[in-house]
Design a protein around this ligand. Structure first.
Ligand code: NAD
Length: 443
């Protein structure tokens, strides 16, 4: 099949485009930024995702991926276009549909000259109703054609996890595939693309597909906030949350949920923005989504728990040098959107600390967001630790689980925001505290 991926310079668009090309499809990877498209043509992946570079070079060498800024040619030359553009939050938390409107307009204009049947597929996360109430009218008005008759329309939510994106896209068995379709003919085109995948396929109305994506993200975000609340309570009760979690997971009804790790809260481009967007929509409909509001409130406070633990151990933070280990919102990605590290670093700075920040992949993105003289972005974990009075582990990159790296430290205080270390394995002389850990440990 021939596919145009619109938003091909983003996390979802690029990984989707490369994976579909690796499956034998001919894919136009459509972006707006000339520099990024030029880099992609040379095999430079522009975002970090394990295995992406090799796959990109491979599909380019086989002429199956065409990075381009020409959306007109891409739509003309393809059977379906996938809209993978961003749907960020507005100031009030509601969804910003600017990129969706523009992409729909551009695809509509290209469709006006197209003779063959074409299916437009929304893959971006959009509030229920958006595909039919925003995308469809844009497509009709700029193409002069009728949806359902002259062109098809689908909503196919994306469930990939950054850091596992390629595996999730190529082997979506544990995630499933949802095809929201305007009519059977539209959905059949997507069904053809996915029929070779080992995954359950659910065909629904468009609005249902849109809601499935929000319901999933709200459910998972709620689990994280629940875990953090339990961990905070465990700390007050002098109980180790890790053991409580283990005990909870022995119950088969709970074990499957899997999102019970306590830490400094969820971040990224999905959970915070999607939960806020559906809250805003619910309120607009006169519905008070209380559980979702608490999910966000709990999460917003959680990064600062790590700073509170640090103060408990270290006292005054003014003038102290603190190493922040891990900046991206999760391991396996360079994505800094809504990363808990941002709040933690801002809080440390506001209390007069000097920050040594290290991340294996996200240093450049972090430096763009956190423009502050008192932050030293350093290129190795050793450089971060050797200057520091204390460190906070914010993102659970595997290298931080190695107790040997803490030998580099000037001071000997470790705050474990992700529970990656076992304090019993640390050498003598350290003070360790972690989220949901019963009490400070001196080794
Ligand atoms: P992103 O901001 O990384 O990517 C969006 C890209 O679209 C940008 O590169 C932008 O330049 C490009 N773009 C915007 N308008 C365009 C146009 N008219 N033509 C061509 N390119 C255009 O966002 P993302 O993280 O990839 O997310 C995209 C969508 O997928 C969002 O709705 C998001 O909620 C959803 N989603 C994201 C993830 C994730 O893990 N990132 C997972 C599932 C779903």
């Amino acid at each position: 099949m021939r596919i145009a991926v619109v938003g091909g310079t983003g996390y979802v668009g690029l990984t989707t485009a490369v994976c579909l090309a690796s499956k034998g499809h001919h894919v136009f990877c459509v972006g707006r930024n000339e520099n990024k498209i030029a880099k992609l043509r040379k095999g430079v992946p522009i975002i970090y995702e394990e295995g992406l570079k090799e796959m990109l070079c491979n599909v380019l060498s086989q002429d199956r991926l065409v990075p381009t800024t020409n959306i007109y040619e891409a739509v003309q030359g393809s059977d379906t276009s996938f809209i993978c553009v961003g749907t960020p939050s507005q100031k009030d938390g509601s969804i910003d549909l600017t990129q969706i409107r523009e992409a729909s307009k551009e695809i509509g204009m290209a469709l006006s000259k197209k003779k063959r049947y074409h299916v437009v597929t929304v893959r971006s996360t959009v509030i229920p109703g958006t595909t039919e109430d925003v995308v469809l009218p844009q497509l009709e008005s700029f193409s002069g054609k009728k949806a359902g008759r002259d062109f098809g329309l689908c909503m196919n939510p994306e469930f990939l996890r950054e850091g596992n994106a390629i595996e999730d896209l190529l082997h979506p068995k544990g995630l499933g595939i949802v095809i929201g379709e305007l009519n059977r003919r539209s959905g059949d085109v997507l069904f053809e693309i996915y029929k070779g995948f080992d995954a359950e396929i659910l065909r629904t109305k468009i609005r249902t597909a849109e809601m499935i994506k929000y319901a999933r993200n709200c459910y998972l975000a709620k689990d994280v906030s629940f875990a953090n609340e339990m961990a905070n309570l465990c700390q007050k009760l002098n109980v180790d949350y890790e053991l409580v979690k283990k005990g909870m997971k022995m119950d088969h009804r709970i074990g499957k949920t899997g999102f019970l790790n306590a830490g400094v809260g969820f971040g990224g481009s999905c959970f915070p923005k999607d939960v806020k967007a559906i809250i805003a929509k619910a309120k607009q409909l006169g519905f008070q989504p209380e559980m979702l509001e608490v999910t966000i409130e709990t999460n917003e406070k959680q990064p600062l728990k790590a700073v509170q633990l640090l103060k408990q151990v270290l006292g005054e933070l003014k003038g102290k040098k603190i190493a922040v280990l891990g900046l991206s919102f999760k391991p396996g990605t360079d994505d800094m959107r809504e990363a808990p590290s941002i709040k933690i670093i801002k809080s440390l700075l506001s209390q007069g600390s000097e920050v040594y920040a290290y991340d294996p992949k996200a240093l450049d993105n972090a430096a763009e967001i956190l423009k502050e003289e008192r932050i030293r972005f350093v290129e190795s974990v050793e450089a971060a630790l050797k200057n520091a009075d204390a460190c906070i582990i914010v993102t659970e990159w595997p290298e931080f689980a190695n107790p040997k790296i803490y030998h580099f430290m000037k001071g000997r205080v470790i705050i474990d925001g992700r529970r990656v270390l076992n304090p019993n394995k640390l050498p003598k002389g350290f003070t360790y505290h972690g989220i949901g850990f019963p009490e400070m440990v001196k080794t």
